[in-house]
Write a protein that binds this ligand. Structure first.
Ligand code: AMP
Length: 250
């Protein structure tokens, strides 16, 4: 354990979900490196990118208190000194999130692979909150034979069920109340029930709400062993996503 490096990549605006990743990293390694880099390649619109919250001083204090040993907030030129060689997320990058955010997962994987090259971690910690991202990274690491252990941390929620997200601070108090419909719908027992619950909240504009096989991302069948509900949509211009293992009581 003493010599290993655990790596927690983030885009800053740290909340208790990120801090849980850092605590998990600290259980694995004495060296915990947290990166803070808002990656323009994974934003589809310049507006969304410019609206992304940022607080480097606050983030640094929080990360260190949670157990980070090094904070790395590189500039764009440090991360991409030469021409960018894009990494493709493949077919898994084109469905669900990838269909609604075209190019997002290629941009995400491009930066994650750059950061892995620099940091050369033994462990890299990611949240289940971004379940499709986690699956894409796991698959890519395996296919490329990298010696990096991808460690997943369950989604951290507020006591009322809302999944923590850096975007939640962009919600109005009313929008935040409306956002509770997402985790409520994820407790539904079927796709139809999920949609019925979501339809009760006119402020929530659905991108997708499906139940998938969490191993394959195919739509779940009655015999699927590990079904997972996945939901994404908009509340007053703020895009929120969430997911939950079906039949779990999280
Ligand atoms: P981000 O800064 O949003 O790119 O997220 C950085 C890491 O934190 C990713 O691995 C996310 O999946 C993870 N993360 C974000 N929100 C949560 C949460 N509520 N619970 C657990 N992990 C999270």
């Amino acid at each position: 354990m003493q010599d290993s490096i655990s790596f927690v990549p983030t885009m800053g605006a740290l909340h208790a979900g990120h801090l849980e990743l850092i605590r998990r990293a600290r259980e694995l390694s004495a060296t915990v490196l947290v990166s803070i880099f808002v990656n323009p390649l994974q934003f589809e619109s310049a507006e969304d990118f410019s609206k992304y919250p940022s607080d480097l001083a606050g983030d640094t204090a929080k990360a260190l208190a949670a157990g980070a040993t090094e904070i790395w907030a590189p500039t764009y030129d440090e991360v991409y000194p030469h021409q960018i060689v894009k990494v493709s997320a493949g077919p898994l990058g084109e469905i669900f999130e990838g269909r609604h955010r075209v190019g997002h997962f290629d941009g995400m994987l491009t930066i994650v692979s750059r950061l892995f090259d620099y940091v050369k971690p033994n462990y890299a910690i990611f949240g289940e909150k971004d379940f499709q991202q986690l699956s894409i990274i796991k698959k890519w690491v395996k296919e490329n034979g990298l010696a990096i252990d991808i460690v997943a941390v369950p989604t951290v929620r507020d006591s009322d069920g809302l999944a923590l997200s850096s975007r939640n601070i962009q919600l109005t108090p009313e929008g935040r109340r409306s956002a509770l419909i997402i985790s409520r719908a994820l407790h539904g027992r079927s796709r139809e029930e999920m949609h019925r619950i979501l339809a009760t909240e006119p402020n929530f504009e659905v991108d997708y709400a499906e139940i998938i096989d969490e191993e394959t991302f195919e739509l779940a069948l009655p015999e699927t062993k590990s079904p997972r509900g996945i939901i994404a949509g908009w509340i007053n211009g703020v895009r929120l996503i969430d997911n939950m293992r079906m039949g779990s009581d999280l």
